[in-house]
Design a protein around this ligand. Structure first.
Ligand SMILES: [Zn+2]
Length: 212
């Protein structure tokens, strides 16, 4: 109700171009764009587009915690999600989540999952300082240097990573290694944008592998 009233007096504006009506308009990210595909050493990454221009501004708005932008992006991401998928968002630290009141990546993963009938597993947590303290031995073993993983959620299951931007791919590969150490099967990631670091970024509409 409150949000509906806000929309009347302060209609959402596209984070990419400022057009009124939606957090992300169809001009800034057309609905019929095929995903971009980037091959990392152990992962295939599917993206809505390249990290530049309007889409870059949209990702920055998501990082700022704009829910209307997360909503629009989640709906676009849902087109790359199918029903039995288990989505594991690459979340920011708990401290940053408290400051912004939202984790943009988790929020958009939840919207995409709801749309597509998939499931979100918040199995990864960034490690900060003494975050290892108080964890069980299994949980500590499942932790690599930057993330720890709740092995009980993912052991023996096929999962798909979700993040906002893929630049070098190091974060996604770290997450995949952590998940695999916890017994998960992971071969693909969905992101909003890939940053062009000079590597080949080909358009591929062959579809996304079904989760195993
Ligand atoms: Zn726009």
């Amino acid at each position: 109700m409150f949000h509906a009233l806000l929309d009347v007096f302060f209609p959402p504006q596209c984070a990419g171009c400022g057009a009124t009506g939606d957090g992300l308009c169809h001009r800034c990210l057309p609905l019929d764009e095929p995903p971009l595909v980037r091959a990392l050493p152990t992962l295939r990454v599917y993206a809505l587009g390249e990290y530049r221009g309007a889409l870059r501004r949209v990702v920055l708005a998501l990082k700022d915690g704009r829910r209307d932008v997360a909503q629009s992006l989640g709906e676009r991401l849902a087109m790359m999600v199918s029903a039995p998928m288990l989505l594991v968002p690459v979340r920011t630290t708990a401290a940053r989540r408290r400051v912004r009141g939202i984790d943009g990546v988790e929020y958009l993963a939840r919207i995409a999952a709801r749309r597509a009938g998939a499931t979100v597993l918040c199995a990864l947590e960034p490690i900060r300082g003494d975050a290892q303290r108080g964890r069980s031995r299994t949980q500590r073993l499942a932790a690599r240097d930057r993330f720890w993983c709740d092995a009980g959620l993912v052991r023996g299951r096929g999962v798909t990573l979700v993040d906002d931007v893929c630049t070098t791919g190091t974060t996604l590969e770290d997450c995949a290694a952590t998940l695999r150490a916890a017994g998960a099967i992971v071969s693909q990631a969905l992101v909003i944008a890939v940053a062009n670091d000079g590597s080949a970024c080909s358009v591929d509409s062959s579809g996304i592998a079904a989760p195993s």
